[in-house]
Design a protein around this ligand. Structure first.
Ligand code: TZP
Ligand code: MG
Length: 211
């Protein structure tokens, strides 16, 4: 599920929900293995617009039988029948999300320090860990400094849950990223800024398998 994980919201497609839907469908068709709706930062969508877009993304991902996560909003995830919720260190407290979502949603949790991984290891309800940013990224305004591959490999070794790497992953570094042993790569701009989404998803799915 984590191998080729696409993340996106309207801020990643020129604030155009229709473009988000079209590009996400192209990526689903090409074989992404999970999708996360992440409406953030510079987004100007109202709550009603977010709900409508989340419902449309739920329908699309269901059609392609791909797990659908929502960032930082377990109420929205429950309302649209998403498969999971993703929680950051700066979002709502993980304990509160677990209380509301346990047994109903898969839970992903962002970690970028060993102490955070150790905490995640204690939380049985956490299904996977997102680790990053691995490389510098333009897609997250409040991103922490880049981890680099050595630190990513360390976090992956410490984690008892599968780890998906995120942040600054491109065609040039995805093979090295996967070589750390993580379960997969999560990307925004590699796909949403691609001129050929189908080919880009193919690169994600085959990276690291050529020797
Ligand atoms: N969390 C850590 S880095 C990041 C998120 C959501 C942004 C990843 O975007 P990109 O364009 O793949 O670097
Ligand atoms: Mg978040």
């Amino acid at each position: 599920m984590l191998r080729a994980y696409l993340v996106g919201g309207s801020q990643d497609t020129h604030h155009d929900p229709a473009e988000l839907l079209t590009k996400t469908e192209e990526a689903l068709q090409a074989g992404i293995t999970a999708f996360q709706y992440r409406e953030k930062g510079s987004s100007n969508l109202s709550a009603d617009q977010r709900l409508k877009l989340a419902q449309q993304l739920r329908e699309l991902t269901r059609h392609y039988q791909v797990p659908f996560f929502i960032d930082d909003d377990e109420e929205l995830a429950l309302a649209v029948g998403a498969d999971g919720v993703h929680v950051g260190q700066k979002d709502q407290r993980i304990e509160q999300v677990i209380q509301r979502a346990q047994g109903k949603l898969m839970i992903g949790y962002s970690c970028n320090r060993p102490a955070q991984i150790e905490k995640a290891n204690q939380l049985a309800a956490v299904d996977y860990v997102g680790a990053g940013p691995v490389f510098p990224t333009q897609s997250k305004a409040d991103a922490d400094p880049a981890l680099g591959l050595k630190q990513l490999a360390l976090l992956n070794r410490l984690s008892e849950q599968p780890v998906v790497a995120i942040g600054g992953i491109t065609a040039d570094n995805i093979a090295a990223t996967l070589a750390t042993g993580v379960a997969g790569a999560a990307v925004i701009s590699m796909v949403f800024q691609s001129d050929d989404i189908s080919q880009t998803v193919h690169q994600m799915l085959t990276a690291g398998s050529q020797s």
